[in-house]
Write a new protein. Sequence first.
Lengths: 323, 461
Amino acid sequence: VSARPKLLDEPAPDEAPVEGRRSEPKKERPGRLRRRDALVAYAMISPAACFFVVFILAPTIGALVLSFYRFDLLTPPEPAGLDNYRILFTDQVTVTVLVNTFVFTFWAVLLHVVPGLALAIAVNRPIGSKLKYFLRTSYFFPLLVSWSAVALIWRYTLDPNFGIFHYYAQQFSSTMPNFLTSPTWAMPALIFIDLWKTIGFTFIILLAGLQTVPRRLYEAALIDGAGAFRRFWNVTLPMMSPTLLFVLVITFIGAFQLFEPMFIITEGGPGNATRTIVMHIYETGFRRFQMGYASTLAIVVLAVVMVVTLLQLWASRYWVHHD
Amino acid sequence: VTDRFRLDRRPGGLSRRDFLRYAGTAGLSLGALGLAGCSDSGSTSDAPADAAAPQATSGASGSAGPVSGRVEVWFYGEAASLASFETIFDAFRQLQPEIELVTEALPAGSWSAYADTVASRIAGGQVPDVLRIATEGQRVFAHRGLLAPLDPYIERDRDQLTDFFEDSSPQFREWQEQFSPDGQTYFIPAGFNTMVVWYNQRVFEEAGVEPPQDDWTWDESRRKSEQIFEATGNFAMNIPPAYFAGVVPWLLSNGASVMNADWTAATLDTPEALEATRFMVDYVQGQLSPEPGGEFDQFALTGQGEMAMFGGGRWPLAAIRDQEAVDDMAIVEWPQGATKGTPVGWSGWPMLEASENKDAAWEFLKFMTTVEASEAQASGGTEVPPRESVALGPLFAENAPEGMGKVFEAVEYATPIPGPDEGAVIQADIEDTFEQMFIGNVPPQEGLEALNERINGLLQV
């Protein structure tokens, strides 16, 4: 019979139990452990908490304060009351850029999740490990390239005079639209370029989620006679739903705040066709030096992102399975 | 002088730095409530505010004796001019070993974007002692009290500077007065660029087209371009929807402009502006110029003989040297429409009012007026150096196309490129609108009228 491991606070056999003494450690131990646990917990979360306070909470409060001032960066600020919020409701450009942002975000989320999941399922099939490695790397690689380089690549590619798209169109006696200067095509072009660059992130997250679905569930479904679509609908999707929720939330937040491609590739043009809310904030604050109004717009972005994210989380109770 | 130009203090008001500091500290304090282990977070907001609160006195110290200390200099970061700047900085370090010269090149897409970057950094608490700033930014910096008046220093060291002012273009004086909010001098001239036409002689020769001469007209440029297109099938001249390097030279050479002389109202609704715009639109839509909407290297294409001409100042030289096409290229004046005209953009070295070491900063500014500095700029720079003797000398023309001096000569009839306070936004709007007119999205008259209205709206903010 193996000896029972001795507990640290268990009295030695030769120690005579003393009335009141045995119960003393029992009273102190939980409290002491709780304090120690609490200190350790605080120590563990303090870096993240400090980061949150310094880089997220404080700037947010700062932006909120600034939204009640007129501030041109270079001279002292002046109180503006609610003027910046009044401008918000009369500024037609803000409405335009918000619509642009929602259009971009809608397509970005849709095109990242559906093809991202399709790619993940395709790569998760039993194929050769070298091919799988190659495909994973290929899909993920554009994510490692900076937006500046991506912008330059696509500006060269889509150039209406010397770009490769137009070259091949001419070879087939066809014509291509001037993608980056057409009010019709500029936004779809940016959505496509963003998809090309960032779908690797969605793909890799969904692939990781896919690989956690227990194989026994597929085997059970097969035994029950489920076809490929049934297995996808009744096994894959429910089991992937927490991962899909994560991807939806992250993609929405990222797409809504995207700045670089609009700024570098089209500069918001033609006209305001590709100008988004974050680019509008940048231009208002750092080109027009209206930091107070820019902060007001930033508060709007915060509110929209928060409301939509909360809606996503609330709606998740109806379709996300946490089994 | 001190009170008038102080950046941060205003009687009875909350200073800009105090505001930033209080806003940051309030945010941190609120956020830190109930949080353990964040006791040092407050210093995060204090540090930049303290570091950014230099309150030095204005005006020359009265003695021109040895000075020391740290001088921080910011300049527009272009790969083509970095080497010549390093030469200048090294020479200054050897001359003034007691002064610790710290330099930083700030890369940007344009001079107005560079001015935005500088303004943002200053707002964030980083203030250099000396700065290089071009027309697109000079007025906003001078009018907001960020710069120290240089007159007391110039007066003190007049003997050392007489040679420079006699050797530099008299237009610098006019431009200084135009940008000064109070008649005082805020900039030591650093250089300038005008717009001229660079052309590949070999392309003209192979196409059997007579090369352009200085007094050529728009009609001639159009005719020659059509002949080149017919003979080679290539684009003749790039007319980009760029502000300085595309739109404004055509407007000015037809007696039009983007704004009036004091930059208080837009002037794009004139018949001359419409005529110039239609000329540009016809050029692009007639396939004589590449259509905007992508990316290509006009200097490389012209250097390689795939295009005949492009507009530029001194700055294409580095690219043409890289192409080893210096001997193929030549330079002529901008073609004339109703008149002779071209823009000029000039850069200057101001001293920041918030500089803690103005005497040492002044030593650096004085060094920038020397022949040595102008020569370093001439050999590798992207601008015409401020000294006329250097700009017209052999160093400026060395390893450069025939006619390089025309970039300097054009200053006599050039107009400063408009750079109002809202310059960056206006420039972006002009470029976008002309791009849309070039590709046919918007008719010229409608585009110009709408643009004119928008610019006036921005100027009245």
